[in-house]
Design a protein around this ligand. Sequence first.
Ligand SMILES: [Zn+2]
Length: 219
Amino acid sequence: MNNFEYTPPKNTPIESDKLLYDLKKVAEKLGTDILSQKLYLEYGKYDVTSFSRRFGTWREALSKVGLKPGNIFNYSDEELFENILNIWQYKGKQPIRKDLNFKPSKISQSPYNRRFKSWSYTLLSFVKYANGTDIQNIETPQISDSIKKINRDPSLRLRFKVLKRDNFSCKQCGVSPAKDKNVELHVDHIKPWSKGGETILENLQTLCQKCNLGKSNIE
Ligand SMILES: [Zn+2]
C-alpha cells in the first residue's frame, strides 16, 4: 500500500482538564480518594483508556488530582471489618455489597473479594469476628479490666455489641438510619469517660447525633 489516507479520529480528543475533572467528580460522589478503574467504569463519563493514553498510566492520572488507584493495598482484617461496621452503623442495618462504593465506605469491593471471595462470606466473617467467635487468621485478644478503663474508644467488637443491643437506633429518641437516612449513630458513654465512666457494655449506649450533642451541651 502506497497511499495513506487520513481518517479523522472518531472522537475528538477530550481535554485533559475535563478528564481530570471527571475523576475528581466521581471520587467526590463516592466519597473516596481511592479510585479503581472498575469503579470508574461504573460511574465515570469517559473510557478508562483515555486516561492512560493521555497521562501515561491510570495511576499517573489519579495522582494529578490527589487520588490513589484501587487494588494496591493490603488491608488488615481489622481495617476491612472496621469499614463494614462504619457502613452498618451508618445504614442501621446489614450492608449490601454495593454500599462499599459509597460514603462512608473507604474501601472498595476488590480487597473484600480478594480476602473473602464472596460478600456473604465477608458478612459471615464480620459477624463472627464482632461476636467474638474466632475465625482463621484473626487474633482476638482478651480485654482486661484495666484496659476497659484506660481506653476511651470502644473496640469494634464492643461497638457492634452496643449497636446491636440497641437495635441500631437511638436510645433516647428512637430514630434509626434504617428509617431516616439523615440519622447518624454514635456510641456514647452513659457516665462520661472524663468523669470515670468505663468503656464497658453497661456504660455505653447508642445515641443519634442530635441527642448526643444535646447531652454534651448539658454537661
Ligand atoms: Zn436521638
